[in-house]
Design a protein around this ligand. Structure first.
Ligand SMILES: [Zn+2]
Length: 170
């Protein structure tokens, strides 16, 4: 397992659709290990950020690694089963933009996701607010969609301005 380089906005692989993991034919544990190591490294380096999708390290597989500090999880072949009709707005960013700027996007407040665990067990779970918007961002990566595709108007601010807005310790 290793820390991998993160692909940056502009790289074609970030615009590709990722393939489902087939547990009968492949063992995703090496890719999961790389994702986990890379996310841990990035969180330490940046002091923020909560998830990484496999295409961001150049692996076009439907795998997401989440580490919010409170919860670590691996989601394989995630499917959005349901989306609430109500939305909320959030300032989003991405490790593939070096967290250098933020953009305002609209996300479903609540989603239901079906996914496979690291062991290949099928799980279904509901997520709200923070986890909901986070997983919508990550599942978009598996389709080659980036948060800049979902901007409300032209609401982009640099990280230094975002930090002023949020205040210290956010
Ligand atoms: Zn991202």
């Amino acid at each position: 397992m290793a820390v991998k380089p993160v692909l940056m906005f502009g790289n074609d692989r970030l615009r590709s659709k990722s393939e489902p993991v087939d547990f009968k034919r492949e063992d995703p544990s090496a890719d999961i290990g790389d994702l986990r190591d890379t996310l841990r490294f990035l969180r330490e380096k940046e002091g923020m950020g909560r998830a990484l999708a496999a295409p961001q390290i150049g692996v076009l597989k439907r795998i997401i690694c989440v580490d919010t500090g409170a919860r670590e999880m691996i989601l394989i072949n995630p499917l959005l089963l349901a989306r609430s009709s109500d939305f909320f707005e959030v300032w989003d960013s991405c490790f593939s933009a070096s967290l250098s700027f933020f953009g305002k996007v609209s996300r479903h407040r609540k989603i239901a996701v079906s996914y496979l665990s690291e062991k290949g067990e099928r799980l279904v779970e509901e997520f709200q607010y923070d986890m909901s918007e986070l997983l919508q961002h990550e599942i978009d990566h598996l389709e080659g969609v980036l948060f800049i595709d979902r901007l409300i108007g032209s609401n982009i601010i640099m990280r230094s301005e975002w930090e002023k807005m949020k205040g210290p310790g956010y």
